[in-house]
Write a protein that binds this ligand. Structure first.
Ligand code: PLP
Length: 398
């Protein structure tokens, strides 16, 4: 008792608003897939900051880019040009194959930006009467914590006592294309979906869902925006999760791993037909597109490609999931996901207790739902490290 970890956790609990309930571990150092507490205890990080740590802790090339850029220029605001924004967005557009990108910082801001784009497009391109644009979102979604994002949420904890919330939202069941089509009216601006619901418990839709949604959106002149903040950049074994389904959205939001595990970097990508609704003064961010973030994001995208992290995510994800299924762990009813985004569904709502047991055994993971544990290790994880994780998981479950 009275360890340095305990002292630091108490200090944070004392001064921090109680908007989180962290697992009782204090991280003071990280490298690759491992982290350490101040007592030197080592843990495997199988959550990766909800996919923001896809490159692993302190990826050397990303940290190098951060330090080099910090020695030159860090923030200019968009009142002036900077020498990193163009190269960053050129690379991002080449990666996403969209004509334009709009840089922001956090995921929630990228979602806000996409919502503003869809509404403005509805009024100025589609011809929806002013003030009537509607957005369709899916039940069980997670799009962030701003008022707009929580207005789309179907979770009570997320929304309660934060009203009045945003009007103009229609909620449909996730995975049901017919219900989505039925919800479209002539005022519908766009549909916002996660291709796989991450926070919702790694919910994978039926195989033909997104293709059908794409068709419906085309037929009804509605924009399709995919929130790939968690699923994007290799997490599901493809660069973008929508590639699994053979479609392309009109708008994609990216965040989390775009910052290489060191800075908040997010962006909205779309073609000119949508992005042209933003004219000067209509949207912005003081920090969005800053040179430090741009340098880090360039290094993050390069590292994904150079180190074949997307391929590794696919191979290791397959190995991890098939091993978990073959183990037939007691209390586990289903293993689902794609790539290295894996949800383990339990027969009972004991995911939090299991996370605590995993923590004691040296593995960090967290309950996404009372009966679902999410595993989302860094995409650099090796086969030996997956085996190490499986060993810990077996010990805890058997
Ligand atoms: C994490 C997440 C967000 C919000 O990102 P923040 O950076 O926390 O604001 C939005 N959408 C999805 C799908 C996410 O997983």
């Amino acid at each position: 008792m009275g360890s340095e970890s305990e002292r630091l956790m108490e200090l944070a609990e004392k001064w921090c608003a109680r908007n989180y309930e962290p697992l009782p571990v204090c991280i003071s150092k990280g490298e690759g897939v491992y982290v350490w507490d101040p007592e030197g205890r080592k843990y495997m990080d199988m959550l990766s900051a909800y996919s923001a740590m896809s490159h692993g802790h302190r990826h050397p090339k990303i940290v190098k880019a951060l330090i080099e850029q910090a020695g030159r220029s860090t923030l200019t605001s968009r009142a002036f040009h900077n020498d990193m924004l163009g190269p960053f967005l050129e690379k991002l557009c080449a990666l996403t194959r969209f004509e334009k990108a709009l840089p922001m910082n956090t995921g929630a801001e990228a979602v806000e930006t996409a919502l503003k784009a869809m509404r403005k497009w509805a009024y100025e391109v589609k011809g929806v009467p002013d003030g009537r644009a509607r957005i369709i979102a899916a039940a069980n979604n997670f799009h962030g914590r701003t008022i707009a994002a929580i207005s789309m949420s179907t979770s009570d904890t997320t929304k309660k006592s934060f009203g009045p919330l945003l009007p103009g939202i229609d909620i449909v069941p996730f995975g049901d294309a017919a219900a989505l089509e039925a919800a479209i009216t002539e005022d519908t601006a766009g549909v916002l979906l996660e291709p796989i619901q991450g926070e919702g418990g790694v919910v994978v839709p039926p195989d033909d869902y997104l293709a059908r949604v794409r068709e419906i959106c085309d037929k009804r002149s509605v924009l399709l925006c995919l929130d790939e903040i968690q699923t994007g950049l290799g997490r599901t074994g493809k660069m973008f999760c929508f590639e699994h389904y053979g479609i392309r959205p009109d708008i994609v939001t990216l965040g989390k791993a775009l910052g290489g595990g060191v800075l908040p970097v997010s962006a909205v990508c779309a073609n000119e037909n949508v992005m042209r609704v933003f004219t000067h003064g209509t949207h912005g961010s003081t920090f969005g597109g800053n040179p430090l973030a741009a340098a880090v994001a360039i290094a993050a995208m390069d590292a994904l490609r150079d180190e074949k992290m997307v391929e590794n995510s696919s191979i290791m994800g397959e190995f991890f999931m098939s091993s978990l299924r073959e183990l037939k762990l007691p209390g586990v009813s289903l293993v689902r996901g794609k790539g290295l985004l894996v949800g383990v569904v339990l027969e009972k709502p004991v995911a939090h207790d299991k996370s605590l047991e995993l923590l004691d055994a040296g593995l960090l993971a967290k309950d996404a739902r009372p009966d679902i544990i999410r595993f989302a290790p860094p995409l650099i994880i090796t086969k030996d490290q997956i085996e190490e994780a499986l060993g810990i998981i077996v010990k805890v479950f058997k």
